[in-house]
Design a protein around this ligand. Structure first.
Ligand code: PRP
Length: 215
């Protein structure tokens, strides 16, 4: 039997995903050793391999088949636009993609002015402003701490993820428009879906049953 390889987006999502997998009998003891610097973890018995990657890279690993399965946020899937199958919503890591900024920026969104939008998600921001709102904007790509942009005058608004809303609140910003809700998804390589259909379907079914029992 070939190994099935699972790519997990580093961080909270990976921890939560491993907990779910463990509940459906898929374990990887090696991964629990926090001190380890290993990048890839193997469960010999179940013929599974796991690795942690930067969220943005997970769709790439899955598209090229370096991972058969990936667990990653819907935000990353929409932004990366890779040829992969999105097979299920795990219902974890729930948050919202929003346009945010200071209260006075609300008016700029209503009268279609040319504004600057800072974001880690240029595709999502472009699609929202150009295709849905038909508002011409300048997109400024940043890599983190996006909330800084309107504070220091780099942009009028931001497009970013809002989970609890505390980052916005603590920086005098607010949600101005909601783009869409987000959560973690399971994605699958298009070839693996055919070749390893039975094993992948079993995992999907296991998680689906677990979700059913949870809710
Ligand atoms: C994300 C996001 C917001 C924050 C939202 O940033 O970009 O900054 O979390 O969470 P909240 O609504 O619960 O405050 P992340 O922590 O991933 O780091 P980043 O700023 O480097 O992107």
């Amino acid at each position: 039997m070939e190994y099935l390889t699972v790519a997990l987006a580093k961080g909270r999502l990976a921890t939560e995903t491993l907990r779910i997998l463990e509940e459906i009998g898929i374990t990887c003891e090696e991964m629990k050793d926090k001190a380890s610097r290993k990048l890839i973890f193997v469960n010999e018995e179940q013929k599974l391999k796991f690795f942690l990657a930067k969220a943005n890279d997970v769709p790439t690993y899955v598209e090229y088949g370096a991972a058969d399965i990936g667990i990653v946020g819907k935000d990353t899937i929409l932004e990366e636009q890779k040829h992969i199958y999105e097979v299920m919503d795990l219902g974890i890591g729930c948050c919202r993609m929003c346009v945010a900024g200071p209260e006075h920026a609300k008016a700029l969104l209503q009268n279609g002015r040319l504004i600057r939008v800072a974001t880690k998600y240029p595709h999502i921001a472009k699609d929202y402003f150009f295709n849905k709102k038909h508002q011409t904007v300048e997109i400024i790509k940043l890599n983190g701490s996006i909330e800084l942009a309107p504070i220091v005058g780099l942009a009028e608004v931001i497009v970013d993820i809002v989970e609890t809303g505390s980052t916005l609140r603590e920086n005098g910003l607010m949600v101005l428009e909601e783009i869409y809700p987000l959560s973690a998804r399971m994605v699958v390589n298009q070839v693996s879906m055919k070749i390893e259909h039975e094993r992948i379907a079993q995992i999907i079914e296991g998680v689906r049953k677990w979700k059913g029992g949870e809710t």
